[in-house]
Write a protein that binds this ligand. Structure first.
Ligand code: OGA
Ligand code: MN
Length: 249
């Protein structure tokens, strides 16, 4: 836990963990998140350790459909009123080329903003919305049930990290617009801040090996998956757990 406070992304190599062991390790960080809103439909098959993959219902690899949102910068579950603390991914099957996960450090990004921008965003809140996120990811749209289950929430754009006290940018693809602003204007500000935060200087790209266990702090990073070559031929399978965090302030 101490290491985790000091390092927003941690990589352990050569961890050949069962789902049960990953579940137990995840529990040492806090409460495990329940069902993803996307998976309300297949609740029966759900286990707290779920699989992120490019394998379709026919058992064959394909370009992403349901996980499309992962290809846009985001912080996991920022559309919840109590969003996630950390996510843990365990690499099981890794494509030979591509398929990296990228992480941007939004504490470094905030610190690098000019004073006028810090002033401008101070006190502003972003509306985070699952419905809007699906539109922005150009994937499957949110169902009526999902919209009911996950109404929009709002969080500070400049968030305080509860452990380090540092100000961080809290945004990404689930962020829709700025509370109380015309939507397009807010969207433009959020996209500008996201582009600023994801400059190469603030980004680590993780090149996966089977057995990698990667965990990251969703409070001070945003992340995305990069597509891999031959997505319709090569399998990419990771096991995922998410720990619940606290209300952002
Ligand atoms: C996730 C996620 C990225 C990846 O599991 O939350 O965004 O590289 N995954 O699969
Ligand atoms: Mn994610």
């Amino acid at each position: 836990m101490r290491t985790f406070r000091a390092h927003p992304v941690i990589v352990f190599r050569d961890q050949h963990l069962s789902k049960e062991r990953q579940y137990e390790f995840t529990l040492t960080f806090g409460e495990i998140e329940g069902l993803h809103v996307n998976r309300l439909v297949d609740a029966v098959k759900y286990t707290p350790v779920h699989t992120v993959s490019n394998i379709g219902s026919d058992g064959k690899p394909s370009a992403p459909t349901r996980e499309r949102g992962n290809y846009y910068w985001h912080s996991d579950k920022s559309y919840h009123d109590v969003p996630s603390l950390l996510t843990m991914l365990h690499g099981v099957e890794i494509p030979s080329r591509g398929g990296e996960t990228q992480f941007a450090n939004t504490a470094m990004a905030y610190a690098a903003l000019d004073e006028a921008t810090k002033q401008r965003i101070s006190g502003l809140r972003a509306v985070h919305s699952w419905e809007r996120s699906r539109i922005q990811a150009r994937g499957l749209l949110a169902t009526e049930e999902q919209k009911r289950e996950r109404p929009p929430v709002d969080h500070p754009i400049a968030r305080t990290h509860p452990d380090t006290g540092a100000k961080v940018l809290y945004l990404g693809n689930h962020a829709s617009h700025v509370l109380g602003w015309p939507e397009e204007e807010g969207r433009a500000l959020l996209r500008w801040l996201e582009a600023f935060a994801t400059q190469p200087a603030f980004v680590y790209s993780h090149r996966w090996r089977p057995g990698d266990l990667v965990l990251w702090d969703n409070r001070c990073t945003i992340h995305r998956a990069l597509p891999h070559e031959d997505m319709d031929k090569e399998r990419r399978v990771l096991h995922r757990t998410v720990v619940k965090g606290t209300v952002p302030y």
